[in-house]
Design a protein around this ligand. Structure first.
Ligand SMILES: [Zn+2]
Ligand SMILES: [Zn+2]
Length: 777
């Protein structure tokens, strides 16, 4: 077994009485369909123990008999070296009277046995990779090699229990050789449901631009097309990607143009760590995360001096992943002259979910893809790549999806059982509680798009069905116009269920508390784009005191006027103008600002601001970022989501020290507000005076971090633990600066690790709030 276990044991087992010669053990968690019984068999043989094991509806039940130290060693191994896909969450050990049993047997499963949790899709394990590289083996260069430790799981799963008949492998009957492995407890493919080989399993094929089959080795054909600068559609685990040679600038630009994706960063699949190091700076923990069997895209810092990276990402980072299926290993191995670094970007229509179906790809990618590397195993559950940075030695999620979903979060109690949380809208994500587990959706996207809303509905139905969850309480955002709110209302009406609506930023705070298993009370610093406040206005720069029972809005920021409301979110130049106007920037400074020379319709916009017509205020740090970025860059229109913070972060991370900007508060009121005007005025004066954008960007974010500390000192005198949440904290410069200042002042600071700080992780907080509300009813 060469994969390390990827999931820790959540609970400490009760140890048997010293000297016990026979024990009964119940192991619960992800313990079925993951090679657990063969592992027990090998372990018992190694330690010379007798007894038996079997699957039950509750998990795996076993009895062991032998010398007490061997029994202790067995239990220790259960905790420390379970199979990589297993997650032993509970271990109950009871002493029994010895029976004199000396051999170990696997007993038939008890009736009603069901794997009640499902594993995520994992990268090929080292043993499978070795076998795939062996010319004498029957799976030499076979794209679908897998075993009990690795391979597809969630993406092929239609129903539980996890049996082949319930997966998209149902159409592939095992050949004699594969069936023999499947039945042999000594084989590493014992009960491996997707077990297959070239004789009996799925196959890849290569199609040309017109969708005609091309004879020859499909992998070699794809490598040659990539080497020639072409764009190839590649069917992966949870969706179809577009690939091209990442080191061929013309190919990358062509892909961007065809996909209408001029600026948004592209992820790069690298053959190996050496290739990664040519592109990026790589620390050991980042290398470990890249190599983890979950294989997320990891955000790394570009290597200075490497040319040709600007076309991949306009900011200082690059999203990198290592091959996550045998097919990608072969595609990137260069044996037919293919490149070692491939752009890998979701194949989708603008705003739509990633494509999963061969026919859909052939139809929808006409004019975009020059060739298609596809296969005949259907994708059941769409699952985009996960995206994470490394923060405090662990994942910091931008997107928690493939390799993680649908692995549930283990909770300290079952108080969220039967609760369904609907999340937000632009970065949608739901959460469902069952027993002591919370199941989170894979990446969904923006529900304002009809196809994405369909994806959300399908994913929700699928997870409820898969995990046998019957919602009894529903919870959603306060915002009446979110599609997720409407979905919740419609389900509540249809099923006659209670529906709780909770404030957006409070839910963020609760999400970060639940992420860190904090009981509360806490002090929440919640900064994001927009969310509906309890007073009907738009919030997003919040300082909240409270816990799961309730909260008080202690602090915020001066509202940023948004001329034209949503129009200002799309045209960020309007926010820049509004900030300058609000700050009373003098005319001679305003005239020197590149933005105000480029922004159309200023007279009308200024009239709107003067009269306060159609200018809703948003006390939002996200909008403040947009406006300052527009002023600094001279850019009128918003690009992709997250562009402004990513570019400001890039600017700030050089050698140039930041400017020292003022922070001010007032007027005095119930909510202590950061007054943005002196900061904005100073930023505008610097821009007009030609100060370096790097110094301004850094000074701006340093001022925000300092403001977080000053607000905390003023509003959190009793030093409650501080939780940082909201999409603004995806900005790593700000996250690091705020954490450093707050911790330096002696506060206990918590940020996200199990779910995203963005709206994608919001549902966890909604769930926690509903659980408490139900308890106190
Ligand atoms: Zn394997
Ligand atoms: Zn076979």
């Amino acid at each position: 077994m060469s994969w390390p276990p990827i999931w820790p044991v959540a609970s400490v087992p009760r140890w048997p009485e010293p000297g016990a010669r026979r024990v009964h053990i119940l192991a619960a968690g992800i313990v079925q369909g993951v090679g657990f019984r063969p592992f027990l068999h090998r372990l018992a043989a190694r330690l010379g123990l007798g007894g038996w094991a079997r699957n039950t509806p509750a998990g795996v039940e076993m009895e062991l008999e032998g010398p007490p130290d061997a029994i202790e060693a067995f239990i220790h191994a259960l905790r420390t070296e379970p199979p990589p896909l297993a997650a032993v969450e509970q271990l109950d050990v009871q002493p029994m009277a010895a029976l004199g049993e000396t051999s170990f047997a696997i007993r038939p499963s008890t009736a009603g046995s069901a794997a009640t949790l499902a594993a995520p899709d994992l990268a090929p394990c080292p043993a499978c990779l070795r076998e795939m590289a062996d010319p004498a083996g029957r799976r030499y260069r076979y794209s679908f090699i897998n075993c009990t430790d690795c391979g597809p799981r969630f993406s092929i799963l239609r129903a539980l229990p996890y049996d082949r008949a319930n997966t998209s492998m149902a159409g592939f009957a095992m050949c004699r050789d594969c069936a023999a492995e499947y039945a042999d407890i000594r084989s590493r493919r014992y009960h491996a449901q997707p077990n297959c080989c070239p004789v009996c399993g799925p196959h890849v094929f290569y199609l040309d631009q017109e969708g005609r089959a091309v004879p020859g080795d499909p992998i070699a054909l794809a490598q040659q097309a990539l080497a020639a600068g072409r764009t190839v559609a590649v069917k992966g685990t949870g969706g179809i990607h577009l690939a091209c040679n990442a080191r061929d600038e013309a190919a990358v630009l062509r892909l961007r143009q065809r996909k209408h994706r001029p600026e948004k960063p592209l992820a790069v699949l690298c053959r190996d760590l050496d290739t990664v190091r040519q592109l990026c700076i790589l620390s050991d923990p980042e290398a470990a995360l890249l190599q983890s069997p979950r294989r997320p895209i990891v955000l790394l810092q570009k290597r200075p001096g490497t040319t040709g990276l600007a076309c991949l990402s306009e900011n200082r980072r690059l999203g990198i992943l290592l091959p996550y299926t045998p097919l990608h290993v072969l595609l990137a191995d260069g044996t037919a002259g293919g490149p070692a670094a491939l752009v890998l970007t979701s194949a989708n229509r603008p705003g739509c979910p990633v494509m999963t179906d061969n026919a859909e790809a052939l139809d929808g990618l006409a004019g975009i893809a020059d060739g298609y590397l596809l296969h005949d195993r259907p994708i059941v559950n769409r699952c985009d790549d996960s995206l994470a940075a490394l923060w405090q030695g662990r994942e910091y999620f931008f997107r928690r999806s493939r390799g993680y979903a649908p692995q549930p979060l283990a909770m300290p109690s079952d108080e969220a059982d039967g609760i369904l949380a609907f999340g937000a809208e632009q970065k949608a994500g739901f959460a469902a509680g069952r027993d002591r587990h919370v199941f989170l959706s894979q990446h969904i996207g923006d529900l304002k798009n009809a196809e994405t809303l369909d994806h959300y509905r399908t994913a929700l139905e699928t997870q409820l069905h898969l995990f046998g969850i019957t919602p009894r309480v529903l919870v959603c955002d306060l915002h009446p116009d979110y599609f997720s709110t409407r979905e919740a209302q419609s389900m509540a009406a249809k099923r006659g269920l209670p529906l709780l609506q909770v404030q957006h930023h409070w839910a963020h705070m609760a999400a970060c508390m639940a992420d860190n298993q904090l009981e509360g009370p806490a002090f929440g610093i919640v900064w994001d784009g927009t969310g509906l406040g309890s007073d009907g206005s738009i919030w997003g720069g919040e300082f909240l005191r409270g816990g799961y029972d309730g909260f008080r809005r202690a602090g915020s920021i001066r509202p940023v006027p948004l001329p034209g409301g949503d129009a200002a979110v799309r045209q960020i130049g309007r926010i820049g103008l509004a900030l300058a106007w609000d700050a009373g920037v003098p005319a001679e400074v305003r005239e020197a600002l590149p933005l105000l020379r480029a922004l159309p319709g200023q007279t009308a916009l200024l009239a709107m601001l003067e009269k306060g017509i159609a200018c809703p205020g948003a006390s939002s740090i996200g909008r403040l970022f947009d406006g300052v970025y527009a002023l600094l860059s001279g850019r009128v229109d918003a690009g992709y989501d997250g562009q402004a913070p990513a570019l400001l972060e890039s600017l700030a991370c050089g050698e140039i020290p930041g400017r020292d900007y003022p922070t001010a508060y007032g007027p005095e009121g119930e909510v202590r507000r950061f007054d943005t005007r002196p900061l904005v005025a100073a930023v505008c004066a610097d821009i007009a005076a030609g100060v370096s954008p790097a110094a301004i960007a850094r000074g701006f974010m340093d001022a925000l971090a300092r403001m977080a500390l000053e607000q905390c000192r003023a509003l959190n005198p009793d030093r409650l633990p501080v939780v940082l949440s909201g999409g603004v904290f995806l900005n790593q410069y700000l996250l690091r600066a705020a954490t450093r200042l707050l911790e330096g002042d002696g506060y206990a600071v918590f940020s996200h690790h199990r779910v995203s700080a963005s709206d994608e992780g919001l549902a966890l907080g909604q769930l926690a709030l509903a659980a408490r509300a139900r308890q106190t009813e």
